[in-house]
Design a protein around this ligand. Structure first.
Ligand SMILES: Nc1ncnc2c1ncn2[C@@H]1O[C@H](COP(=O)(O)OP(=O)(O)OP(=O)(O)O)[C@@H](O)[C@H]1O
Length: 484
């Protein structure tokens, strides 16, 4: 056996032996030098990846399976390597041995040069690829099992298969944008761009340029180069127009032309561009009423209304609540190590009784706040009640002016947890108002600074920290941050 090993060792470009924990127990001098280690003894006892960054010896000891032929990306040039498990008489893996067989790779040069060429092509292709504007969500992200949700998904899937415009109607936070992504992703245009533009998010005077683009030198101060509009970027794909009810009248006429004639012109250009774009529009406003009041063109409304889909509010599909909560909490848990979050049945019951004016967006915020407010990963009725009380969409929150500080001022009909959260919020706001810094407020309240920041985020209390007497930074992990 030893003779076989020696023969292999002599013929190879380098040898390494690891124990069952993938720690180096022996390495040939030549091999150690290749990885920048002058004295092989310096490598002993170290994890194999510390010395050989791309080593797969750990895989061999953990699976007990050999890797008979592989290319190792080593410094200067790749090596052809062979890795074998070492077993004791009982058949247990006690370590592994690796031989670097070729370094000139002469006999394998066609294979290796193909490998290297492919690797270079892949890197170049990755670099050259423009950032893709693909749909971020699919139908499986639209969680829910209620009859209303199942029917909604059926209708949306049918819509995905057609080329007609789609109009998504529903209260804020019901998932219209998510659904637009899913429709695009299930449509024949799925491999083309998905581009969104919200009428409410862009100032009116910039919307036209955003949508249709600007020709070079169109007006003083315009770029010397063309600036592509969203319609152009979405060519071949889908353009999602959010809050379409807020679209200015002048733009409505131009959008109608896109839908009817399938063409448009960039600002300051006479060139007519063909628009091969599917429009999905959404609004949380009552479009038919906007038509009646004259602020939305009737002809555009009828063009968009070919396939209209009403997304029901959460309160009308409350059977979905448990599943949505689970999904949201799983998403939050992924972002941080530790135990998974648990929603107690009584907490779910509290959430089921709420009317959710902000729908699933509000539900996400409430769950996030409940996590911030509780010291354990278990969400109880009290923690969700407290989070609900702080919810901007909640009745309790709207009734919160001014902040009560005396127990006598706290509304009694709201239950202990809600009353306590009113009280706590007031206490924190007063301490902050009367302290020179958050740290001082925390001290005054007798709680840690991190705890105070957590509670400020949960109650959405902003605070400018004085730095050298000037306004400084916002608290870390503020309420506008993503999931904690
Ligand atoms: N059925 C669902 N399952 C899981 N998450 C959902 C569902 N519906 C909505 N969401 C989540 O709720 C949030 C709000 O959804 P979205 O932005 O799609 O709503 P919207 O109706 O477009 O709101 P707005 O009218 O205010 O623009 C997002 O984080 C989305 O991922």
């Amino acid at each position: 056996m030893q003779a076989v090993f020696r023969a292999f060792e002599r013929a190879s470009e380098g040898t390494i032996i690891v124990d069952r924990d993938a720690r180096i127990v022996w390495i040939s001098e030549r091999y150690a030098r290749r990885f920048g280690i002058g004295d092989p003894r310096d490598a002993l006892g170290r994890a194999c990846e510390e010395v050989i960054p791309n080593s797969r010896m750990r895989e061999v000891v953990s699976t007990g399976q050999p890797i008979l032929l592989d290319i190792l990306d080593a410094p200067h040039k790749p090596l052809v390597v062979i890795r074998l498990p070492l077993k004791n008489e009982a058949g247990e893996v006690v370590g592994a041995v690796g031989f670097a067989l070729f370094d000139e790779l002469g006999s394998l040069s066609p294979l290796v040069s193909r490998f290297l060429a492919m690797q270079q092509e892949l890197t170049a292709a990755r670099k050259a690829r423009p950032p893709q504007r693909q749909a971020k969500y699919n139908f499986s992200n639209f969680v829910g099992v209620s009859p209303a949700t199942l029917e909604l998904k059926r209708t949306a899937r049918r819509a995905a298969a057609t080329h007609s415009p789609v109009l998504l109607l529903g209260e804020t936070g019901t998932g219209k944008e998510l659904l637009a992504h899913a429709i695009h992703g299930a449509s024949p245009r799925a491999h083309k761009p998905f581009v969104s533009l919200s009428m409410a998010a862009i100032p009116e005077n910039l919307l036209e340029a955003e949508l249709f683009g600007v020709a070079a030198g169109a007006y003083t101060g315009a770029d010397r180069r063309d600036r592509q509009g969203k319609l152009h970027i979405a060519q071949g794909g889908t353009l999602f127009l959010d809050e379409i009810g807020d679209m200015p009248q002048a733009l409505q006429a131009k959008l109608l032309r896109v839908l009817q004639e399938k063409e448009f012109e960039a600002l300051g250009s006479n060139d007519v561009v063909r628009a091969d774009v599917r429009i999905i529009a959404a609004t949380s406003r009552k479009l038919s009423e906007l038509v009646k009041s004259g602020s939305f063109r009737a002809d555009l409304y009828y063009r968009l209304d070919v396939l209209s889909i009403s997304v029901p509010p959460l309160r009308d599909r409350i059977e979905d609540l448990e599943l949505i909560c689970e999904t949201v909490l799983e998403g939050f848990a992924e972002a941080r190590p530790g135990e998974p979050y648990e929603l107690r049945p009584e907490a779910l019951a509290v959430l089921s009784r709420y009317h959710w004016p902000g729908n699933i967006r509000e539900l996400r915020n409430v769950l996030e706040r409940a996590i911030l407010l509780s010291d354990t990963p278990v969400l109880t009725a009290a923690s969700v009640q407290a989070a609900l009380a702080a919810s901007t969409g909640s009745v309790a929150a709207r009734a919160r002016q001014p902040e009560p500080l005396s127990p006598a001022d706290v509304p009694t009909g709201e239950g202990h947890a809600v009353a306590m959260s009113h009280y706590e919020r007031g206490l924190i706001e007063r301490a902050l108002a009367e302290s020179p810094s958050v740290a001082a407020a925390a001290k005054r309240l007798g709680i840690g600074r991190a705890t105070l920041y957590r509670k400020m985020a949960a109650y959405r209390i902003g605070r400018w920290e004085p730095v050298n007497g000037q306004a400084g930074g916002e608290p870390p992990g503020g309420a506008e941050d993503g999931p904690i």
